[in-house]
Design a protein around this ligand. Structure first.
Ligand SMILES: Cc1cc2nc3c(=O)[nH]c(=O)nc-3n(C[C@H](O)[C@H](O)[C@H](O)COP(=O)(O)O)c2cc1C
Length: 214
C-alpha cells in the first residue's frame, strides 16, 4: 500500500462547500463506483441495512433545497448569536461563510446523495450506536472515494429536522431512516490541506481516563 497517498487522502478529505463545481456534470458511473467502495464498510452483524438515494432531478432538488435552506438559515443565525464576536473573524467567520454559501447554492449542486437505513432508531446507547454505526463508516468511505476521483461533498444534517417532508418528496417509506444529505460535485480545487485539530496527545488516554497516551 502506498502510505503517502493513503495518508494524503485521509488527511485532506474536507467538507467541501465553496469549491464545488456547480457547472460540471457528475456521471452516474463515478457515483456507482464510489457507492461500490462505500459498501465495503463494516456493518453490525454484516446486516447491510443501508440504502442510497441519488437525486439528480432539478424539481426534487428544488423541493429538498427549500427545506435545507429554511433549516440551515435558522442554524446559521443561531450559531452567529451563540458565537458572538468569534463569528466575526478568523476560523469561525470562515466556517459560517462556507456554511452559508452551501445554503445559498444548494439546488445548483449537481447531485444529492441521501444515505438511508432500513428501520427506525430506537432504544439506548447500544441500540443507537449499532443503528447509526450501520451506515456512517460507509458514508465516509463514499466521501473518500469521491475525493480520490476529484469530487467533493459535505455530510449535512439540516434537512433531517424536516425528515418526514423530505420522505414524502422522495417517496421514502415510513420504516426507512434518512441519515443526512451529501451535495456532490467535482471540485474546483485540485488539492486540499489537512485541517487544524486538537492535538491527539490531548484527547487520547492510556489504560484509564485522564492518563496521557504519550
Ligand atoms: C454528522 C455530521 C453532520 C454535519 N452536518 C452539517 C450540516 O448540516 N451542514 C454543514 O454545512 N456541514 C455539516 N457537517 C460538516 C462539518 O461541519 C465539518 O465536517 C466540520 O466542520 C469539519 O470540517 P472538515 O470536515 O473540513 O474537517 C456535518 C458533519 C458531520 C460529521
Amino acid at each position: 500500500m502506498d502510505i503517502t497517498s493513503t495518508d494524503h487522502l485521509l488527511s485532506t478529505t474536507r467538507a467541501v462547500r465553496r469549491k464545488l463545481d456547480l457547472d460540471r456534470p457528475v456521471e452516474t458511473e463515478v457515483l456507482t463506483e464510489c457507492l461500490r467502495l462505500a459498501i465495503q464498510a463494516p456493518t453490525p452483524g454484516n446486516a447491510q441495512q443501508w440504502r442510497w438515494l441519488v437525486v439528480r432531478d432539478q424539481g426534487i432538488k428544488n423541493e429538498l433545497g427549500k427545506l435545507f435552506r429554511e433549516v440551515g438559515t435558522e442554524y446559521v443565525r443561531n450559531t452567529v448569536t451563540r458565537l458572538g464576536d468569534a463569528a466575526k473573524e478568523g476560523a469561525g467567520a470562515r466556517a459560517l461563510a462556507s456554511g452559508q454559501y452551501l445554503i445559498d447554492v444548494i439546488e445548483q449542486v449537481p447531485v444529492f446523495v441521501i444515505p438511508c437505513l432500513q428501520g427506525r432508531p430506537r432504544g439506548g446507547n447500544e441500540a443507537l450506536s449499532v443503528f447509526y454505526g450501520g451506515i456512517f463508516p460507509a458514508v465516509w468511505n463514499f466521501q473518500l472515494a469521491l475525493r480520490s476521483r476529484g469530487l467533493g461533498s459535505t455530510l449535512t444534517s439540516y434537512h433531517l429536522e424536516r425528515e418526514a417532508e423530505a420522505a414524502k418528496i422522495l417517496g421514502i417509506p415510513d420504516d426507512v431512516t434518512q441519515v443526512g444529505l451529501l451535495p456532490v460535485a467535482y471540485t474546483t480545487a485540485a488539492d486540499f490541506k489537512p485541517a487544524a485539530r486538537t492535538p491527539v496527545e490531548e484527547i487520547s488516554f492510556l489504560d484509564t481516563w485522564g492518563t496521557p497516551l504519550a
